[in-house]
Design a protein around this ligand. Structure first.
Ligand code: SF4
Length: 415
């Protein structure tokens, strides 16, 4: 009788602290929504959160809620509710799952955080289209539903090099949202609070960058699958001191692991890069699949999306304009290829996994020949997994398993 191999994945102790950070964050929002003590702004995940903090808003990020709909595997049943309203099954499954959940009156927040019954009602919605147009449509639906203002920044796409003209245009748009936001906030933008939020965001970003860079150690103390949940404070808490405290603890644990030569998985033989979004409903399954093959997915473009090295409190609007326009997702394919090539070298990767996410072309970079071009340049092989961030009807677990196993065999032959 064959014996199943035991899969060893070492969980980080600080994951619990980061879990507490998220609980405190959602309870604070829930309290504000119920008591009306503070105004709430809904913000896109790479939206201008620092401006909102400079006016005392609490910020809620619907994409994080959608990712929870994915991890709890509630999304696939909810997406059709939004489809019935006219939102195509081919558009962002964050949008369709989130609107579906709202229409059904359900939220994973209730299960995770007892006492929370619904998402916090917005006083205003704020977007930046730097990631996609879907966020604008998504927020417009809620603005109409709640009868509250919608403001935003419309940005450039496929940018090869960020120029002063880009920065000026985006910075002016950011300045222009201040007045309508002040009307909702009932107070002026406090420049000191705003600059402080930019400084805290920058510190959070630098720490998060160091945490992710820890994966360059051999063996890596971190996996991509850990990163997708550990990044919570970088998304929802940037601009706050609490997020910095959380990442100081995480960094300390990662450095301890490096000093002791402890890897996140046992027997790290292959080191992989993940390009594209996670498949939220399969995080655990995929983490075990790769670890069981002695492969560690150590780094990704996705988790690095919340690194904003341009932020500078001395020049808050211009530096925010730069930080939120320099992002990978905004850039041209030439830029993206160079970026990934550098990451492969830095993290000493043996292969790349591209996730072709059916409903997010914006975070999918394997449809126009990039895997082939990068393989030619670097000699590093790649595998494309067909799936989706939230809609589990778009993937075949059997096919994924077979393809990953064959890919690892291919890597073994090159060792
Ligand atoms: S980037 Fe993709 S997943 Fe994110 S909101 Fe836009 S379409 Fe949805």
């Amino acid at each position: 009788m064959t014996q199943e191999k035991e899969i060893v994945i070492r969980r980080l102790k600080t994951a619990k602290d980061l879990g507490k950070f998220m609980a405190d964050y959602y309870y604070e929002l829930d309290d504000a929504a119920k008591s009306g003590k503070k105004k709430i702004a809904w913000c896109t995940s790479v939206g201008p959160a620092e401006i909102l903090r400079g006016m005392g808003f609490l910020t809620y990020f619907p994409e994080t809620h959608s990712a929870m709909l994915g991890t709890t595997r509630m999304a696939s049943d909810l997406i059709p509710k939004a489809n019935a309203m006219g939102y195509s099954p081919d558009i962002c499954s964050y949008l369709t799952a989130d609107i579906g959940a709202f229409l059904e009156g359900v939220t994973p927040l209730s299960r995770a955080f007892p006492g929370i019954e619904s998402v916090p009602k917005p006083d205003v919605l704020v977007y930046n289209t730097n990631q996609c147009r879907d966020v604008q449509d998504w927020f417009a639906w809620y603005a109409d539903r709640f009868d509250v203002p919608l403001v935003g920044v419309e940005t450039y796409r496929n940018v090869p090099e960020v120029t002063p003209a880009h920065i000026t245009s985006i910075a002016r748009q950011m300045e222009n949202i201040v007045e309508p936001l002040e009307k909702v906030a009932g107070r002026k933008l406090d420049m000191d609070e705003f600059k402080n939020a930019v400084a805290l965001s920058r510190e959070c970003s630098d720490l998060w960058e160091k945490c992710l860079a820890a994966a360059a150690a051999v063996p890596s103390p971190l996996t991509f699958f850990d990163g997708t949940t550990l990044m919570g404070p970088a998304v929802v808490g940037r601009g706050t001191r609490k997020a910095i405290d959380a990442y100081n603890l995480l960094l300390e644990e990662l450095e301890e692991r490096i000093a002791q030569g402890i890897g996140a998985i046992e027997n790290e033989r292959y080191r992989l890069y993940w390009e594209g979004m996670p498949i939220w409903g399969r995080l655990s399954m995929h983490s075990k699949l790769f670890a069981g093959l002695n492969a560690n997915v150590i780094a990704s473009t996705y988790c690095s999306s919340w690194i904003f090295t341009a932020l500078d409190p001395a020049d808050p609007f211009e530096s925010m304009a730069r930080a939120y326009t320099e992002l990978f997702i905004v850039r041209s394919d030439d830029y993206k290829e160079e970026y990934i090539k550098n990451k492969l070298e830095f993290f000493k990767c043996d292969g790349i996994i591209y996730h072709d996410a059916k409903t997010c072309p914006n975070n999918t970079n394997c449809r126009y020949g990039m895997p082939q071009r990068l393989e030619k340049r670097t000699g590093i092989p790649s595998l494309v997994i067909n799936g989706d961030l939230n809609d589990l009807r778009m993937l075949s677990d059997e096919q994924t398993k077979t393809n990953v196993e064959a890919f690892i065999e291919q890597l073994e032959e090159r060792k």
